[in-house]
Design a protein around this ligand. Structure first.
Ligand code: SF4
Length: 377
């Protein structure tokens, strides 16, 4: 299974917490679309003989693309890559970009999954985060999208300063009305050099309350699981049959090709990433060169990644596969490091699988890093 990720590096305005790559100058959108198509051509041999099972338009804000631009990109992929029979084709969208006509157009172009950035149903949260939409737009967009799309995911952010558990419960209750099959929910994090980091430093926004975020996460897990969702990755919940194929491929270590400024790729041995600058990206593609940096992963890097992604998913870390891939000493190291965590109930051993428990999930990144290998010597 392989996937193609297309990065659309434009946003109408900068959300205060965001450190993704984007520009708020939208004038070069068509030029970038042309360059994306050119990059796809330059790299088509990388997936020779491989079925593409998912295409993901991420960003940035892919819903800023016109339907014609989406169509151009999809047609180009269809002509140059071998597609599986029923690829998952996702487009990330902001609610203020989707009206009835746009949703209809996207549905006729082959987009079969929408990932809608709702984030919160509180106006004050949207303003605090500098989102470009308001609550009414989110509600209208979900109503319209639900009429034409079966496979919809929404993004919600928990741990927003000032939000109580009661408020968060109301967000979870609100989303139930659309009976959505997929929810991605991330804690608000303070990334360096963002407006949010600056506001917290200046005292105009309160700092993140970790304990409150933890309570909101636990409430969400309990409620969504009781409602039939599978908590298949730490930040992702899907009804059976609705896991994101694109993201699951990342977590299971499958190959993917990232197209566009700042997009990352993985070919099974090496990671590479394109330059995070629209102008430099355009100049390089114009010259038919790939503006990317390649990193060959060491054995230790690959082991550490396997531990991190495995413990974040419901599948856990398969110790048999770990032994086959890295040798017995890596497996024994992982098990030895896991022992104290198993004892305190944050990890569990189920047959050959090392997994995070309900108690360990919120803290899993820190726990996983304690199983990392720095240098076995
Ligand atoms: S819309 Fe998405 S990519 Fe753009 S600034 Fe907001 S969070 Fe970042």
């Amino acid at each position: 299974m392989s996937g193609i990720y297309i990065h659309i590096p434009f946003c109408k305005q900068a959300c205060h917490y965001c450190d993704f790559h984007f520009s708020t100058n939208l004038t070069r959108q068509q030029e970038v679309v042309d360059a994306l198509i050119r990059e796809l051509s330059l790299r088509k041999d990388e997936f020779r003989g491989v079925n593409v099972e998912s295409i993901y338009f991420g960003g940035g804000t892919p819903s800023l693309l016109t339907p014609q631009q989406v169509q151009l990109i999809l047609e180009h992929i269809g002509k140059n890559f071998q597609m599986s029979g029923n690829p998952e084709i996702t487009l990330e969208a902001n609610p203020d970009d989707l009206d009835k006509q746009k949703i209809y157009d996207l549905s006729t172009l082959g987009i079969n999954r929408l990932s809608i950035g709702v984030q919160s149903f509180f106006e004050a949260d949207l303003r605090l985060m500098n989102r470009s939409h308001n609550v009414q737009q989110a509600i209208e967009c979900l109503d319209l999208a639900r009429a034409l799309f079966d496979n919809i995911s929404i993004d919600l952010i928990y741990g927003i300063p000032g939000r109580s558990l009661r408020d968060w419960k109301s967000n979870i209750v609100t989303i139930a009305r659309w009976e959505l099959p997929h929810i991605s929910s991330y804690a608000l994090t303070v990334e360096p050099k963002t407006a949010l980091a600056h506001q917290i430093k200046m005292g105009t926004v309160s700092n993140i309350d970790e304990a409150a975020a933890h309570r909101q996460f636990e409430y969400m897990v309990q409620t969504l699981v009781a409602d039939g969702f599978e908590h298949y990755e730490i930040s992702n919940f899907g009804k059976p049959g609705y896991y994101s194929k694109n993201n699951t491929a990342y977590w299971l270590g499958k190959t993917y090709m990232g197209i566009g400024p700042s997009a990352h790729s993985y070919n099974g041995k090496e990671r590479s990433w394109n330059i995070r600058n629209n102008k430099k990206y355009l100049d390089a593609i114009q010259e038919s060169t790939l503006p990317s940096t390649v990193e060959k992963l060491s054995e230790v890097d690959r082991y550490n990644e396997k531990i991190m992604t495995g413990l974040r998913t419901q599948w856990g870390v398969d110790l048999h596969t770990l032994t086959e891939e890295f040798g017995k000493r890596y497996m024994e190291y992982a098990l030895e490091q896991a022992k104290p965590h198993i004892k305190r109930g944050v990890l569990s051993l189920e047959g050959q699988y090392l997994k995070s428990t309900a108690k360990g999930k919120f803290l899993i990144d820190g726990i996983a890093s304690e199983l990392f290998m720095v240098n076995l010597g």
